[in-house]
Write a protein that binds this ligand. Sequence first.
Ligand SMILES: [Zn+2]
Length: 458
Amino acid sequence: MRKVLIIVLLFAVTGIQVNAQIKELSEKRPSKSPCTTLVGDDMLPGMADTTTGRSVADNYKTWENGSVLLVKFMNNVGSPAIRERITRYAKEWEKFANITLKFVPDNTPTTNIRIRLGSRRDKLGHNSAVGVDNDQRAQTRQTMNLDTSDFLDHDFFITELKTGGPFYKFLQAKGKDLTKYTYPQFYDDIIDYPSPLPRFKEKVAKGTTMHEFGHALGLLHEQSYPGAIKWNKDTVYKYYERHDWDKAKTDFNVLEVSEQFFTNGTAYDPKSIMHYSIPSWQTLDGYSVDENYEMSDGDKRIIAAMYPKDKKVSDLAVPKVIVSNFVKLEVKKDDVKKALIITPYFTVKTGAKLANAYYVARLTTEDGQYYIATSSLKYNWGGNSGTYLKMNLLPKTSKTYNKLLRKDLQLVFPYKEIPELAGKNFRVEFTVYQNNMSTGKLDRFVTYSLSSPLSLVR
Ligand SMILES: [Zn+2]
């Protein structure tokens, strides 16, 4: 398992001042912010396996077919015109998917998808959580960020600024000091500008909104399709270095092809709205992909297969184990039972299929870096000191463990089965794995937690 990559897009914003009286208002901006999926940035620290399932679609992360997802804009940001567009473009998916995107007021306390309308100033780019990962985020946080600076026709507004047009008057009315007006301020002000004639880069606004909502519904980047792109890695690293992406970040967002694929029987689709644009110098064979602004036929087919309108459960549905609300991992020493009592507090949900999971408790060194080897035959997980429960989880269930006084999920680890640690402290690590019932392999890491250090004196 690898460490979580926290992916933040960083773009150099020039500090040029826009003075409404000055004619030179040209600025070299990146054509469009790349997109990241922010996988794992809100998960438990350290261990989220961000590579698992990264492919054309992550079938483990799709919503239940027929779901009504509540969507809201955050913080009262954005003119009616910009909100109307994003809403309309997002809902393009509804034409093909059996999913309802229900846009609700900003003050709705509980939602599935929360859109933050940002600008080039905040450097957050475009990104979205993938599928049911949206529900892992705190309600106070966005699940999707859109950089609206890519959606608006800057030249139009700058002309209005220069000629003292309606946008100039709008800023005056807001009491802005237009002699010290800067680009960052400009980027923010146009998000809310209630122009009756809003000037949008419709193609980019539509394509980007559909791409991010594709992630929100469980789709991943099409360029990750196995063997699709013969990358010229050195030039790709150099290119993304300019956007302050290090090698690991570039590997994760651009180059990485997971071993676990859900290509769902579809062929590689260079016209997919989920494909990055790729210039020919980034590939070894001169292959290139243009920016896509519309859903491809392949996109429509895959989303319709994932969320069919004519049946209850998709043929592509896989067993799902979804953990949320991991409140705490409690480990107590019970000197009467002479055992560690391990009590995790969390909620587990399943999809439309029966699923198997293992709840595993393992001992680690005090720094949490290494498992502790054991000679015990029974309290043994792959040669390391541990204990586990195998769970059969029924379809469409939600279960919160240890909610009540009477504990309903505990693992008991007898002192005598714990290896001699020569007085050294240790910790208990708790993980949930999903068992792949078709291969019998434990191939999906779901969640992770680590206790505080413990000691055992014998
Ligand atoms: Zn993306």
